[in-house]
Design a protein around this ligand. Structure first.
Ligand SMILES: NC(=O)c1ccc[n+]([C@@H]2O[C@H](COP(=O)([O-])OP(=O)(O)OC[C@H]3O[C@@H](n4cnc5c(N)ncnc54)[C@H](OP(=O)(O)O)[C@@H]3O)[C@@H](O)[C@H]2O)c1
Length: 404
């Protein structure tokens, strides 16, 4: 839940920024978002920003890639670019919340379209969207919007497409944050009309992070892609929307590459693989007589609290250097064994993503009317596993512990 300060400040800023004068626009050029101004000094001191500002092509370990950055889109330019547009956000889950509030705080004309009186409607009301002004049922919002930002769940994008498709008329832009619906069209049946631009901005993080980073005056990394360019301006529009919703840096991709890498990554090291590895390591420790606390500390706590943050900050070699010589030697010897054992599984996973198996499973599960309850049941099973029950006790002993 946003703090009272945040919510009231955001509303005031949103109202203020929609009436922005040209003089104010000039001031805003210097510091990006109205909210970001509060922390501009702090973020300006970050060395990473100094070194990379203005650079368009970066060398990523020998491969040159174009990176688009927010600094090319001062707020006044952004507001001018979208002055005749209505951004209609369809869906108000994690991404709808983050992207919508950021675009609103950037002074753009944003409306939300969700099922009347559903959970998202309630959430949108709480965030200050006003029924009949900025909050509408889905079809009404699409009719009013010029840029239709489809942020329904991926399963819902497919289920609602027959109703939505006829409303996406010539001149509108169709926007997604995932390549899912369009790439797996055989399964989703989402085939965009041929006379509209179809673009994608996929933030590399949850919608909550999209919002938090924006409020801190930073920006999330996002991928941008164009599926269909009718106007010749689709790429430019995608980048501008990326900035509007809170991206700091944007990387080129295609709808296909975005969805393949995303589905693969989350099933792999980001979520599925790491859960499987944690559990496997814990089980063997327990079978060999280690206590739950010892098994948890050696598997999860040290990883998440000590070692993984070092990898995140400075890289894998840095983490190795921070560890004992004994740890280093053993880890260096075992890393290739794990790699070899896991490559076939990752190959199998990539194929399962590419041939649509993962998509079909996801559509089937998330399309059920009971999907929320079914998911809750599976998550409750994880929560009741010994490893995570032990984890609760270990976490409660942290100096900065806050009860859930
Ligand atoms: N979450 C992430 O980390 C993330 C990151 C990058 C990209 N994305 C992409 O962003 C898009 C949105 O994802 P999300 O996580 O923000 O949302 P989500 O939680 O997957 O979807 C929530 C929205 O879908 C609506 N919805 C569900 N079933 C519906 C139906 N049958 N009819 C109408 N509305 C329905 C919900 O409305 P009700 O409340 O009324 O049910 C809610 O507004 C997806 O394409 C996703 O892949 C997500």
């Amino acid at each position: 839940m946003a703090s009272p300060l945040t919510r009231s400040t955001l509303r005031a800023l949103a109202r203020h920024s929609t009436r922005v004068s040209s003089a104010l626009k000039q001031t805003q050029n210097a510091s990006y978002s109205a909210l970001a101004r509060a922390v501009a000094n702090k973020s300006a001191q970050r060395p990473i920003a100094k070194g990379t500002r203005g650079v368009k092509t970066l060398d990523f370990a020998g491969t040159k890639e174009v990176v688009y950055e927010r600094s090319d889109w001062p707020l006044a330019k952004l507001q001018d670019y979208f002055k005749n547009d209505v951004l209609a956000l369809i869906g108000y889950g994690s991404q709808g919340h983050g992207q919508g509030l950021n675009a609103r705080d950037n002074g753009l004309n944003v409306i939300v379209g969700v099922r009347k009186d559903g959970e998202s409607w309630r959430q949108a009301l709480e965030d200050g969207w006003v029924p009949g002004e900025t909050l509408f049922p889905i079809e009404e919002a699409i009719n009013k919007g010029t840029i239709i930002m489809n942020l329904l769940s991926d399963a819902a994008q497919s289920a609602t497409w027959p109703t939505i498709a006829p409303l996406i008329t010539k001149g509108k832009t169709l926007y997604f944050s995932h390549g899912f619906s369009v790439v797996y069209k055989e399964d989703t049946k989402v085939i965009p009309p041929s006379d509209v631009d179809v673009i994608l901005v996929a933030p590399k993080g949850s919608g909550r992070t999209v919002r938090t980073l924006f409020k801190e005056g930073r920006g999330i990394n996002s991928s941008v892609a164009v599926f269909q360019d009718v106007t010749g301006k689709a790429k430019e529009r995608a980048i501008a929307i990326g900035v509007a919703i809170g991206s700091g840096y944007m990387y080129d991709t295609t709808f296909e590459k975005e969805v393949y890498s995303d589905l693969y990554g989350e099933r792999g090291v980001l979520m599925g693989a790491i859960q499987g590895l944690f559990l496997a390591q814990y089980q063997v420790l327990r079978k060999n007589g280690h206590t739950p606390s010892e098994a948890f500390n050696e598997t999860v706590e040290e990883a998440t609290q000590s070692l993984y943050p070092l990898i995140g900050q400075y890289g894998m070699d840095y983490m190795y250097n921070a560890c004992s010589t004994t740890a280093r030697r053993g880890a260096l010897d075992w890393a290739p064994i794990f790699e070899k054992a896991n490559v076939p599984i990752f190959e199998q996973l990539y194929e399962s993503v590419k041939n649509g198996t993962e998509t079909r499973k996801s559509l089937e599960f998330n399309g059920r009317s009971t999907y929320r309850q079914d998911l809750a049941k599976e998550l409750a099973e994880i929560d009741s596993q010994e490893i995570w029950r032990a984890g609760k006790v270990v976490r409660s002993l942290r100096p900065d512990y806050k009860p859930e």
